[in-house]
Design a protein around this ligand. Structure first.
Ligand SMILES: [Zn+2]
Length: 52
């Protein structure tokens, strides 16, 4: 799984759950966002979507 913003590989935990969050865009498509990008965009969904 890769981050939708920085395109870096996102680590997964032992349950194969990525360390990141999913943000849905206006079309309902889910994008994986890594933790550093979440911090970079203040955990603000609007800012994250604008950066996609
Ligand atoms: Zn990222």
């Amino acid at each position: 799984m890769k981050c939708s913003i920085c395109k870096k590989q996102v680590e997964e935990n032992f349950l194969k759950k990525p360390f990141g969050t999913y943000v849905k865009d206006a079309k309902g498509k889910a994008h994986l966002i890594c933790t550093s990008c979440q911090i970079k965009f203040d955990n603000d969904k609007e800012k994250i979507l604008a950066a996609l």
